[in-house]
Design a protein around this ligand. Sequence first.
Ligand code: RIB
Ligand code: CA
Length: 308
Amino acid sequence: MTKQKILIDTDPGVDDAMAIFFACLHPDLDLVGMTGVFGNVTVDIAARNAIVLAERAGQDIPVARGADVPLKQTPNPVSDYVHGEQGFGDIPAQPTRAEILDESAAEFICRMINENPGEISLCPIGPLTNIALALEHDPSIAQKVKNVVIMGGSLREGGNVTPHAEANIWNDPHAADAVFAADWPVVMVGLDVTHRVVCTPEDFSELAKAAPKLGGFLQDASHFYIRFYEEVVGITGCYLHDPAAVIATLRPELFTIENHPIEVKVDGEEIGQTAISTNPDRRAMQICTGIQAEVVKDLFMDTIKSGF
Ligand code: RIB
Ligand code: CA
């Protein structure tokens, strides 16, 4: 079986780290590159953290630096109160060996899609700024990408940073609306499904025991992150937001979908809300409304435990 090629746009981020280790370890995935974007952390920390994760996983994965601010709106504060100052909870900034690519995230995304027509699942798990900039840089990628599988948005679950908005969309609603307005196959893995899968401290202990290096890193990063969840969300654990999106590129049959065109509120009280669009020119997207939560959780756990 040929591996599924995936390019992850990311703002690592603890759940981003969980997703990226999954992508590095799963035998049917080929992580061809990563691009850093602001969101949980600054774009410089995001790009550095993507390299940290690849090097810790023992893989030589090209990383490009992307946008440091949203397309139009004033930047929101980084989510250091959620993911920690350096993006991995209490873990201090980690040294890296590899250099960031010279090209921008938008240029790298376009080059990789043009060099691998029809083969790449573009998997943004942060704000969609780099994706919108890539579409501006080369609109033809819309016809050459295999699909765009995003972690973000919410159909009926409400928001997680406001009652209306999920964080990745809230951090750049204009970019999200441009991505959803384009004529390409988008899958939205939003809070409707990511809120159904939780990793507990016991799960992180199990990961660390089975895979001391990568599982141990995730366990170390999880303490700060779960304290946020306990204080703000009221659960002793964390949602599997970003890993669910990567798993959806590999095992779409584990998700139930509805097809709707989506538009994003770009101002007012409901800014960042993703809602069904009545615009007849907008292509329907695949919205994940159901998930085989146990199977997704087990797949994540087994894949990380298969590592080291
Ligand atoms: O709302 C959850 C999303 O926002 C995840 O991608 C998390 O990493 C943050 O970026
Ligand atoms: Ca993220």
